[in-house]
Design a protein around this ligand. Structure first.
Ligand SMILES: Nc1nc2c(ncn2[C@@H]2O[C@H](COP(=O)(O)OP(=O)(O)OP(=O)(O)O)[C@@H](O)[C@H]2O)c(=O)[nH]1
Ligand SMILES: [Mg+2]
Length: 129
């Protein structure tokens, strides 16, 4: 199973720091992977702005979205349900999306996130005319 990912940018256009990072799947921009630092709850408003800006981009209009709530092991972290609420995910109606809780540090949930990404890609392909 090969899933080529490239980092496109982070919150406010900065690759380092910030509450979120954006990965694109494949050279064809097949999916958006939006990685959130759940341990920066006070900065999630910025992450939300970035996410919704990306969702408006014409060439990404149909791309499925996987949101990854990282650092779930950290004491400062917001639970995944709250991250989902903060990002307004339930308002997304024009594409398939999922949110998965992970801890990259403890490699907890990483397999599940990759499987979910594959599932989204498969479903998206199957829904195309
Ligand atoms: N507790 C915890 N720490 C993590 C996790 N993933 C990454 N980190 C640590 O968080 C620190 C910063 O890493 P990132 O957030 O990926 O990097 P960044 O966004 O460029 O830098 P920051 O401004 O520090 O957030 C590093 O020390 C990582 O090891 C995780 O799942 N849990
Ligand atoms: Mg970070």
């Amino acid at each position: 199973m090969g899933v080529p990912l490239s980092c496109r940018g982070g919150s406010g256009g900065h690759l380092l720091g910030g509450p979120s990072k954006v990965l694109m799947v494949g050279p064809t921009k097949a999916a958006i992977v939006f990685v959130i630092d759940s341990a920066k709850p006070l900065q999630l408003k910025l992450a939300k702005l970035d996410l919704w800006e990306i969702l408006q981009e014409n060439e990404l209009k149909l791309c499925p979205l996987l949101v990854i709530a990282n650092k779930q092991d950290s004491k400062e972290s917001l639970p995944v349900e709250n991250v989902s609420d903060e990002m307004g995910l339930s308002n997304i109606q024009d594409r398939m999306w999922s949110i998965i809780a992970i801890s990259a540090l403890e490699t907890e949930g990483v397999d599940k996130a990759l499987r979910e990404l594959c599932r989204l890609l498969d479903e998206h392909r199957a829904s195309m005319p």
